[in-house]
Design a protein around this ligand. Structure first.
Ligand code: BMP
Length: 264
């Protein structure tokens, strides 16, 4: 087991050198939530309604802002107001994957201006370290944090072995901006390292979605794979589900698993 896995989120927050990671860990501790909602809906109305219902239970709201048909600046303003009302951070799951100069503009410009409102975003390591340098130029002065995709949850993903190891090395060289990973299991940390491990592909009722997604339980993710955060989407707002009841259920399952882990 890794050293950080046995520490509480609060203990890790107190000594974390990355400002965005520190804020995230503090929030997880005070809100007793390691649940992130992956809110993949395509209308502004649904997005805001579900975010308001689920807000009390989550530490992080993950968006795919480019799938919203009626996106406008008012959506961002209302989303920011909800993040204040319920005290959650925002993560635009943009999965940048281009050269440094291009991602810099994709992050800071265009109609979405992601860096202006999203606390956290993420990137693939495939273009090499320039992708981090480009994003950092825009994000670091704003106090933003970056996650690298070390491992994906989908069947047949190419993110394994040397690719994942090289991605982790890139993160190590950029710890002022890179705060953690999207991953299926905690990476091997060196002494004095603390990367937040966030894991999508989480569900309590089904094992897949017919399109390659693979689900594991909060216990598998938090205890067995030593990740820090569960990212749950359709398990909470899928067809016919009681959104608030499901959010409460996943928050409890994630927190119970975390308490079991730190007691070990
Ligand atoms: P769901 O729980 O509904 O399957 O949603 C999972 C979410 O996590 C989606 O928004 C997807 O884009 C994201 N995701 C993933 O499923 N696997 C990964 O490896 C990385 C992701 O960002």
């Amino acid at each position: 087991m890794h050293a950080t896995t046995k520490q509480t989120y609060g203990e890790r927050a107190a000594q974390h050198p990355n400002a965005c990671a520190k804020r995230m860990l503090e929030l997880m501790e005070t809100k007793k939530s390691n649940l992130s909602l992956a809110l993949d809906v395509t209308t502004k109305k649904e997005l805001l309604e579900i975010a308001d219902k689920v807000g009390p239970y989550i530490c992080l709201l993950k968006t795919h802002i480019d799938i919203v048909d009626d996106f406008d600046q008012d959506l961002i303003e209302q989303l920011l107001a909800l993040s204040k009302k319920h005290n959650f951070m925002i993560f635009e799951d943009r999965k940048f994957a281009d050269i440094g100069n291009t991602v810099k503009h994709q992050y800071g410009n265009g109609i979405y201006r992601i860096a202006s409102w999203s606390d956290i975003t993420n990137a693939h390591g495939v273009p090499g370290e320039g992708i981090i340098t480009g994003l950092k130029e825009v994000g670091l002065p704003l106090g933003r944090g970056l996650l690298l995709l070390a491992e994906m949850s989908s069947k047949g993903a190419l993110t394994y072995g040397e690719y994942s190891s090289k991605t982790i090395e890139m993160a190590r060289r950029n710890q002022d901006f890179v705060m953690g990973f999207i991953t299926q299991r905690r990476i091997n940390e060196l002494p004095n390292e603390d990367f937040i491990a966030m894991s999508p592909g989480v569900g309590l009722d089904v094992t897949g979605d017919g399109l390659g997604q693979q689900y594991r339980t909060p216990h598998q993710v938090i205890v067995e794979s030593e990740c820090d955060m569960i990212i749950v989407g359709r398990g909470i707002y899928g067809k016919g589900r009681d959104v608030e009841a499901e959010a409460r259920r996943y928050q409890e399952a994630g927190w119970v698993a975390y308490e079991e882990r730190i007691r070990q």
